[in-house]
Design a protein around this ligand. Structure first.
Ligand SMILES: Cc1ncc(COP(=O)(O)O)c(C=O)c1O
Length: 384
């Protein structure tokens, strides 16, 4: 951790990894136990039940000891076969990853190109599927993290759901646990998540769930798989086990953070994330920044820096001088946007410090009063 400026404690406000929940930190420091023990079996059973609540599904949710990209690969190899025609929404870096991965795994990929920062039109998906009834799957992100933009998942699901021979595969890595996402009720066929996002954990666990329709695809799917074999995981989970060695510490820590993502706490956590996103958007204008996305996400905000201010240099300056890590932009957005994450264990103090640091780093000390007032109002720390 860099600590060049001792006046500022280290803060992490990126769209993953995220600050850890204090209970998670405590559990991660505990001695190791074996994954084939009654104690871990109990944890696994509990976590598996709770994950269904997070994903809003009655189907099993599986964990891979991998980053989110592993679950992306798992989604493909567990449902499709070489030569299958698929439609991939490409509106940023992670849509590009779906397209590249699908190609590499032998699928016939048609990208549905969407201008970065914009949401895909469900009508465009409908039009394509009407003209190409052989399409086996539609892929998208729920939140395209590289542009901080959300796609209309529910509406796309309505378009895809009418077709028995097409499934809808959703990368919800920066969406599940962070915004409304109803796997069963909306008819999403494959949904994936990652631990270093709304789950408030370190990187290293990915999540995946399949609808009944997707399990029917699984029976016919011919792509080779070994580590990612969800049929094997399903059999093991029914016995209270993971198929391979479990990421014991992460799963035990997950049991703690799931308390904030399930039951009556679920809504409160989503509202909190939404509030942090709203507060960030509200301070943009007095800071001379503009919200980049036309469909802004609650989990991450992308802010355009004005002409003449390189966001990459600003990001580095903020990290070096103020001990705050934010993210920049990728590809043509490099140097143009700052991305601020709203996932994980983010305190009001983190938000106030971020507002202050942005003012100082942009040499807008004269706006400090106004910006802090807006931030306090948005966080409901001060009336009007
Ligand atoms: C939407 C989305 N998809 C996929 C990934 C890749 O996940 P990982 O870096 O955990 O492999 C990320 C990571 O930020 C993401 O935000």
């Amino acid at each position: 951790m860099s600590a060049n400026n001792k006046n500022y404690p280290y803060r992490l406000l990126t769209p993953g990894p995220v600050p850890l929940h204090p209970e998670v930190q405590k559990i991660l420091a505990e001695p190791m136990i074996h994954h084939r023990t009654p104690e871990f079996e109990r944890t696994l059973k509990n976590v598996s039940e709770q994950l269904k609540d997070v994903f809003s599904t009655r189907q099993p949710v599986f964990m891979h000891a991998s980053t989110g990209t592993g679950a992306m690969e798992s989604a493909i190899v567990n449902t499709l076969s070489a030569g299958d025609e698929v439609l991939v929404v490409v509106s940023g870096k992670f849509g590009e990853r779906w397209a590249e991965m699908s190609k590499r795994l032998g699928l016939e990929v048609t990208p549905l190109m969407v201008e970065w920062g914009h949401a895909v039109e469900p009508r465009a998906v409908q039009k394509y599927l009407d003209a190409h009834p052989n399409t086996k799957a539609v892929f998208t992100q729920a939140c395209e993290t590289s542009t901080a933009t959300i796609h209309p998942i529910r509406e796309i699901a309505q378009v895809v759901g009418n077709r028995e021979s097409t499934i809808f595969i959703v990368d919800a890595i920066t969406a599940v646990g962070a915004m409304e996402l109803e796997t069963d009720a909306w008819g999403l066929d494959v949904v994936i998540g990652g631990s270093q996002k709304a789950f408030m954990l370190p990187t290293g666990l990915s999540f995946i769930t399949l609808s009944e329709k997707a399990w029917r695809f699984n029976e016919r799917s011919l792509l080779p798989r070994f580590y990612w074999d969800l049929r094997a995981e399903k059999k093991s989970l029914a016995k209270g086990e993971t198929h391979f060695s479990a990421a014991v510490s992460l799963v035990r820590a997950l049991e703690a953070s799931l308390k904030l993502l399930t039951g009556s706490e679920k809504k409160r956590t989503l509202q909190r994330i939404e509030k942090l996103a709203r507060a960030t958007r509200a301070i943009a204008e007095p800071l001379g920044l503009r919200v980049y996305s036309h469909a802004p996400s609650p989990s991450v905000t992308a802010l355009l820096t004005p002409e003449g201010i390189d966001s990459q240099k600003l990001r580095e300056h903020i990290e070096k001088e103020y001990n705050l890590t934010l993210m920049g932009g990728q590809d043509h957005l490099k140097g143009k946007i700052l991305r601020i994450g709203h996932l994980g264990y983010i305190t009001d103090d983190d938000m106030l410090a971020t507002a202050e640091i942005l003012c100082r780093a942009l040499s807008l000390d004269q706006c400090l009063g106004v910006v802090m007032k807006i931030m306090k109002r948005e966080l409901a720390l001060e009336k009007n």
